[in-house]
Design a protein around this ligand. Structure first.
Ligand SMILES: [Fe+2]
Ligand SMILES: [Fe+2]
Length: 295
């Protein structure tokens, strides 16, 4: 993926700040997460520093073990201790997953009635996008399939952050989409002044995610980005493929769109690949929902 940071976009800084601040107010963001960020950012830290922190949080330790043992990270049931799990997942993946799990589980308990964002459907779509992005990366022989998984899992994190910072916003977004037929991103811009891609990028920048991951979050709805690499295009295509495999009604009454030929072309893949692999992808997604059934 390109190391170029996403280009700055003119948005209402105060409104964006309000949404990001809403994230800080969530009581379920544990201190342990802050420690994980510090350790991952410190070049002198080691797997044992991280192990010490993860062990203090048994639910997180259990999730780390479960993930490391999943087929997606190659453990296949052989990894019995936290340190080996951390080594298998890698520092960056662990941090990104910890953030995503915190956001998702933070939201699960506070789905406001006025919000019409279905966080469970959103989480399932995010897990599916991670699984498909990883499968695409492996199919093309890319050398970072785990990065594709993480980027796919996090691509719509901006929607979670909006759901926390402005729980009322998705009620109005959904009304514009369902009643007035607006495109969901256009509806977000109409209500907030920016869309979930911008929020995701700002969130990722705030928490020092790598610039290439920020670029995925910022541009995952863009087509024709020749300046971004194949992991990026895998996520863009995977995001669309999930809607061809299942109905993820993130806004109830508003199904997402499957891929166009242009999405396959950008990833240098034939559309027929999806027909040949859809059963396999569906069962991988089912398996992933089982082990990531945390929301
Ligand atoms: Fe998105
Ligand atoms: Fe998406």
């Amino acid at each position: 993926m390109s190391d170029l940071a996403p280009s700055p976009v003119a948005v209402d800084g105060d409104a964006l700040e309000e949404i990001l601040e809403g994230f800080h107010d969530i009581p379920t963001i544990p201190e342990v997460l802050v420690r994980i960020w510090q350790i991952v950012d410190d070049p002198k830290s080691s797997a044992s520093d991280l192990e010490e922190v993860v062990r203090l949080e048994p639910p997180l330790a259990a999730k780390v073990l479960r993930l490391a043992n999943s087929p997606y990270f190659g453990g296949r049931g052989r990894i019995a201790d936290v340190r080996m799990a951390i080594t298998t997942l890698g520092f960056e993946t662990l941090r990104n997953l910890a953030v995503c799990l915190s956001v998702a589980s933070g939201l699960a308990g506070r789905q406001p009635t006025e919000s019409r964002l279905d966080t469970r459907q959103l989480w399932q779509h995010c897990v599916a996008t991670g699984v498909v992005a990883r499968a695409l990366a492996k199919e093309r022989g890319l050398d970072r399939p785990d990065e594709a998984f993480t980027a796919g899992l996090l691509h719509d994190i901006g929607k979670f952050v909006i759901g926390m910072g402005r729980p009322d916003a998705y009620g109005e977004v959904a009304r514009l989409v369902v009643d007035e037929g607006l495109d969901p991103r256009a509806a977000e811009v109409a209500v907030l002044g920016f869309d979930h891609a911008i929020v995701g990028m700002a969130f990722a920048a705030r928490w020092n995610f790598p610039p290439r991951l920020q670029a995925v979050l910022c541009h995952h709805h863009d087509t024709g980005r020749d300046d971004l690499d194949d992991v990026f295009h895998a996520v863009v295509l995977a995001n669309r493929i999930t809607y061809a495999l299942d109905d993820y009604a993130i806004i109830p009454g508003c199904p997402g769109h499957g891929p166009d030929d242009a999405h396959f072309e950008a990833f240098k893949m034939e559309p027929a690949w999806l027909d040949e692999h859809s059963d396999e992808l569906r069962s991988e997604i089912d398996e992933a929902h089982e082990f990531m059934n945390l929301v």
